[in-house]
Design a protein around this ligand. Structure first.
Ligand SMILES: Nc1ncnc2c1ncn2[C@@H]1O[C@H](COP(=O)(O)OP(=O)(O)OP(=O)(O)O)[C@@H](O)[C@H]1O
Ligand SMILES: [Mg+2]
Length: 149
């Protein structure tokens, strides 16, 4: 059962935490990571770390305007990484317009920012990551396996 909390003191440490979670997801076959945290909490930084474990090359940027960015796997046994920013999403119509369902048919790890906006669409089993800003450079990151009833 994944359940741990760490505190980071630099953006690099938050990226490292993302990298470690990606490795755990690979090992355990986890396919969906729902991130929560305010503006500037460090969600995109965390995803950069995830991508450094799974994907090759392409720099991670916020997909706020495109909603989703795709990152090609850096190894044959690795899943494709899909990074969603749900900031502007609020209902199933919005998700249907980007064919959200189709991503679940892929050999993929899906990671979502602003997951509170798509709670109605979260898979019953997923990993929840909360990033909380403690002060200018410190973040509390908690990782939890969720099983919705
Ligand atoms: N320990 C830390 N971990 C992560 N980011 C940090 C940390 N300390 C400072 N920062 C800064 O906080 C900001 C985090 O930005 P980031 O884009 O990752 O946040 P976000 O949660 O994705 O925001 P948004 O909701 O706007 O997408 C960066 O400017 C980063 O340099
Ligand atoms: Mg972001």
């Amino acid at each position: 059962m994944m359940d741990y909390t760490i505190t980071t003191h630099t953006v690099e440490e938050t990226e490292e935490a993302g990298k470690e979670l990606a490795l755990l997801c690979l090992q355990k076959g986890e396919r969906f990571v729902a991130m929560y945290g305010d503006l500037g909490a460090g969600k995109t930084a965390f995803v950069r770390g995830v991508a450094s474990q799974l994907a090759s090359g392409a720099p991670v940027t916020s997909p706020t305007y495109s909603i989703v960015n795709e990152y090609s796997p850096s190894g044959l046994s690795k899943p494709t990484l899909f990074h969603f920013d749900m900031y502007r999403v609020s209902d199933w119509d919005d998700l249907d317009s980007i064919d959200f369902d189709l991503y679940f048919t892929r050999d993929a790890l899906i990671i979502t920012e602003w997951s509170e906006n798509i709670e109605f669409a979260l898979p019953s089993h997923h990993i929840r990551v909360d990033i909380e800003k403690i002060d200018e450079n410190s973040r509390r990151i908690s990782v939890k396996e969720v099983e919705l009833k």
